[in-house]
Design a protein around this ligand. Sequence first.
Ligand code: SF4
Ligand code: SF4
Length: 103
Amino acid sequence: MARGEAGIDHCPPGGDAGARALAKLLGVDARPYDRSRGIRKPAQLALIVEADCIGCTKCIQACPVDAIVGAPKFMHTVVDALCTGCELCVPACPVDCIVMLPP
Ligand code: SF4
Ligand code: SF4
């Protein structure tokens, strides 16, 4: 964005307020965020239903911020303080034991 190569409207998590703030910061015209890039949602956190976890480690590999801890064939868990709510771990789980909840 600083180089003028990306628009100020590309961040659904920031919503319209984020797009406005970026426009002001960069001195460009304000516009709503681009809905084709995703829909802004309320904040959420991943929760692993630990009793159902088979310890396959696929969620660890899918998480871009290293918010999941665990070892092969042992229960895994989410570190709430690190989870961004991106949902990338949910489809990675072969036993569907990851749910998204309000923080
Ligand atoms: S929701 Fe995203 S950040 Fe949170 S644990 Fe899953 S992959 Fe990691
Ligand atoms: S992907 Fe699902 S089953 Fe595999 S370690 Fe993560 S939570 Fe457990």
